[in-house]
Ligand binder design. Structure first.
Ligand code: 3EB
Length: 347
């Protein structure tokens, strides 16, 4: 397998479908497409191809989130989970159609049970980062908001597979997707446990009080993952939440600024946990989820300082898991390590 031109270490890019097809395929761990972008099923890279139905709000209409790693890869499948893996990292995905109107619980259970079984079987037991897309996330069904039903099923499936429910739990995002689309979950997993990072400005999500649902969401605010050639920081979906409360409800500009303050707090925590790295706003690449497309200019105006520093964002229309929130931002930052740097220098 030729890896000519491949960069060492994990790498994240947002490309159009045409740009993705024109690039090297051998070291692609996985690709997530938004807006139902048209890539061939028979993807030459054999990389898992995730299709998420969330409209793209500006720039290229077809966005591909491309994870590369500069190493030889093996593709595989376990039940419905498709994956590709390097020595260190596994990218996988699963899509589950809901069988009946009350089927989100069953779909979530199936997705998480199959993910955990696939990871246990392949020797990459540690979930690092998970992306969840649920159709109609805010809709009430059987007396509960669907996001809350998802939280119940996710928690139960993780418990059933022997995973922790607090503390060392993966970074994550959970967003809405188009009505009628399947539950889509994609993820990065590793052979060894990462360092999880919480935000001192926020109550840990796994400790949210009961008013947000009987079963807390199981996710960390960020995960710091040391790889052979780099240090990767995965920042979970982050919104205008201080303590456990949504703040600046109805004020889109202030919500965006508060979200950036939360992200900067996570960068500070990550830099404290990993000596010698300087993660900052300019090192971020990620997705901005916008509930109402008309709010996009206000949000972009508030992101100007981060964009000027070099942050790269794509903008997607998606419902956010709290009805009172209008914007959410997730990001990754990957910092190359000097050759020969001790892999556990920060510990
Ligand atoms: C929050 O901070 C906003 O349920 O996996 C962000 C990231 C949110 C992940 C999840 C939810 C999730 O609570 C919502």
């Amino acid at each position: 397998m030729s890896l000519r031109g491949a960069r060492l270490g994990l790498n994240l890019e947002y490309l159009s479908a045409a740009e993705y097809r024109a690039g090297p395929a051998a070291d692609v761990l996985g690709v997530a497409t938004f807006n139902g972008t048209l890539l061939d099923e028979s993807d030459p890279a054999e990389a898992p191809l995730v299709r998420v139905r969330t409209p793209v709000l500006c720039g290229d209409a077809d966005v591909c989130e491309v994870w590369r790693c500069g190493e030889p890869l093996t593709a595989g499948a376990h039940n419905r989970v498709r994956f590709r893996r390097s020595d260190e990292l596994l990218f996988g995905c699963i899509a589950v159609v809901e069988e009946d109107p009350g089927g989100l619980h069953a779909a979530t259970t199936l997705a998480y049970e199959e993910i955990c079984a696939a990871l246990d079987a392949s020797g990459y037991p540690h979930l690092l980062r998970v992306w969840n897309y649920l159709p109609d996330i805010n809709r009430e069904a059987a007396g509960t908001e669907r996001y809350r039903e998802f939280n119940t099923a996710r928690q139960q499936a993780l418990r059933g597979s022997g995973r922790l429910l607090t503390g060392n739990v993966p970074a994550a995002s959970a967003l809405g997707a188009a009505t009628g689309s399947p539950l889509v979950v994609y993820f990065l997993a590793g052979r060894t446990a990462p360092t999880f990072v919480e935000n001192p400005r926020q109550v840990s999500a796994y400790h949210y009080p009961r008013q947000y649902g009987r079963h807390s969401p199981v996710f960390s605010r960020a995960a710091l993952v040391r790889q052979r050639g780099c240090l990767a920081l995965f920042i979970s979906g982050t919104a205008s939440i201080v303590g456990h409360r949504s703040t600046h409800v109805g004020d889109i500009a202030a919500q965006t600024r508060e979200t950036l303050v939360n992200i900067e707090a996570l960068l500070t925590q990550a830099n404290a946990a990993a000596a010698g790295t300087r993660f900052d706003l300019g090192s971020l690449a990620g997705k901005v989820y916008v509930r109402r497309p008309a709010d996009l200019p206000i949000i972009q105006a508030q992101l100007a300082p981060a964009l000027a520093a070099g942050a790269r964002f794509v903008y997607l229309q998606a419902d956010i898991c709290r009805q009172d929130l209008s914007v959410e931002i997730e990001a990754a930052a990957i910092c190359p390590l000097a050759a020969g740097a001790a892999p556990d220098a920060h510990q």
